[in-house]
Design a protein around this ligand. Structure first.
Ligand code: NAP
Length: 235
């Protein structure tokens, strides 16, 4: 069964569509009435899911498996918010909300999944924003830095177990999350991210990977930029 958490995510939907042929799919979303089509899936079920309700995470998986009639073999953690950096600088509730969705809820769900699943694939999304957080988006960036660090350890823990962690590090993705923003260098689209992750899953090659691949070069350079210059980097 494919479990999509964050059922209206541009990237999550594109990825699930690439993997769903002949599979039972359970789509977990805040607005389950709004989910798209998954052509070729053996069945599609929906479940109401708010990632900030941490106490429900175990139940969500149990309920999803009851609906699908089988265990989870691929879990995709596609929920996330970019948030409003400007607002988060003075509104601690907003800053904490971003941290809850993009860090706390992710590590909670990853912990449950790693405990519950015995084989298959878990997909999580880091970001270039977490590689070296910038003044212009340090709230979101810090959550991705924390999530990325957590996933490095979890991937090592799962190594050789038959359960693989796929940690995607996309750059700027032109989609709903970045609507209205000027695309950054090496921008990609949700289908590019989905294709890169699907390729790794088909090849059964868990690990950490940049999307696009050439972003690794930019990432290496980013670490070398002196702080007085880095401070002025745009989003
Ligand atoms: N877009 C980018 O530039 C980019 C770059 C690097 C990494 N990423 C990461 O890739 C992942 C997928 O991003 P995307 O571009 O597909 O984003 P997206 O299209 O904006 O989708 C985000 C999803 O998260 C859901 N969500 C938000 N808060 C939630 C909550 N409290 N409980 C449950 N679901 C919640 C949204 O549901 P609603 O429809 O209900 O709001 C939506 O389904 C995210 O982790 C993101 O940080 C994105």
């Amino acid at each position: 069964m494919i479990l999509l958490l964050g059922g209206t995510s541009d990237i999550g939907v594109e990825l699930t569509r690439r993997l769903c042929a002949g599979q039972h799919v359970v789509v977990c979303a805040r607005r389950p009435e709004n989910i798209g089509d998954f052509p070729g899936a053996a069945s599609v079920s929906t479940l109401a899911f708010d990632a900030t309700d941490l106490h429900t995470h175990r139940n969500v998986i149990d309920e999803a498996e009851r609906l699908a009639g089988e265990k989870t073999t691929t879990a995709i953690l596609a929920f996330g918010v970019l948030g409003d950096q400007h607002r988060a600088e003075t509104d601690e509730t907003h800053a904490a909300h971003i941290a809850t969705v993009d860090y706390t809820a992710q590590i909670s769900m990853l912990t449950v999944l790693a405990d519950h699943m015995d084989h298959g694939h878990i997909v999580a999304f880091s970001s270039i924003a977490g590689w070296r957080p910038r003044r212009a988006n340090y709230v979101y960036g810090s959550t991705k830095a924390g999530l990325d660090a957590f996933c490095q350890g979890l991937a090592d823990r799962l190594h050789g177990t038959g359960l693989g962690l796929y940690l995607a590090r996309p750059g700027f993705v032109i989609g709903s999350m970045t609507e209205g923003m000027t695309p950054a260098i090496m921008s990609v689209r949700p289908h590019d991210v989905a294709e890169a992750v699907a390729d790794r899953i088909r090849a059964n090659q868990p690990g950490t990977f940049w999307i696009p691949k050439k972003l690794a070069l930019l990432a290496a350079v980013m670490k070398l930029v002196p702080r007085p210059i880095w401070r002025h980097m745009p989003r």
